[in-house]
Design a protein around this ligand. Structure first.
Ligand code: CA
Length: 228
């Protein structure tokens, strides 16, 4: 089955770079240069994945994400410039799956698309139950964490936080999403909880907590559990 990607990007150079890279990978590529064009294509023939540039000439990406989320579960990857941090977080909180910062490399783009597609596939049937990468193994059913061959003891909150990241393995999860899912919706401003618990988790899991290989920081945005 050929998967269809919708690239929403007004910069001609970036658009054609994405188009050729994705075509080589075997995707069928549709392009739109504005929110209104994207809207029309989405109504006519919804794609399997959408890549959404943040700076578009005719409107707001967040409205488009909210509209898409009403009708479709397709993965949305936000592609943004470095300075558009605040908007990026809003879009992730509104239901976008992940983001890439320009300039990105094509391998990274393709890896993110694969992760996003895999997650959409798994959320429909069985969710992730076991996460394994290098020296780390997390079993969400048995509530067990093994690291470098040894069983780790985590507190209930540490486990909850790790489990939340496992369910989105490979994708960024915003501070707000983590605080809301682990501590509750009334705790979304308590970012110091996250910093504290992430430090504890890293001390237990990472062989060098100062150079984490599993629990990655996405500066100003959130955290990402490294995945294959
Ligand atoms: Ca743009």
């Amino acid at each position: 089955m050929t998967l269809r990607v919708l690239v929403v990007e007004d910069d001609r150079e970036i658009r054609s770079l994405m188009q050729s890279a994705l075509t080589v990978e075997g995707f069928e590529v549709q392009t739109a240069v504005s929110v209104s064009e994207a809207r029309a294509l989405l109504q006519h023939a919804p794609p399997d994945v959408m890549l959404l540039d943040l700076g578009l000439p005719d409107g707001d990406g967040i409205e488009l994400v909210q509209e898409v989320r009403k009708h479709h579960s397709l993965p949305i990857l936000v592609v943004s410039a470095r300075h558009q941090e605040a908007q990026k977080i809003q879009l992730l909180d509104a239901g976008a799956d992940d983001y890439l910062t320009k300039p990105f490399n094509v391998a990274e783009l393709l890896a993110r698309i694969r992760v996003a597609l895999r997650h959409r596939g798994t959320t429909l049937d069985a969710a992730i139950k076991v996460h394994e990468l290098e020296d780390l193994r997390v079993d969400l059913i048995l509530h067990q964490v093994h690291c470098r061959g040894e069983a780790l003891h985590l507190t209930p909150t540490e486990f909850k936080l790790l489990a939340r990241l496992v369910r989105s393995a490979g994708r960024v999860v915003t501070h707000r999403q983590l605080l809301s899912d682990v501590w509750g919706p009334e705790f979304t401003e308590h970012t110091h909880y996250l910093r504290l618990y992430m430090a504890q988790l890293r001390a237990k899991i990472e062989s060098d907590p100062a150079e984490p290989r599993h629990l990655l920081t996405e500066t100003g945005i959130g955290y990402r559990l490294a995945a294959m």
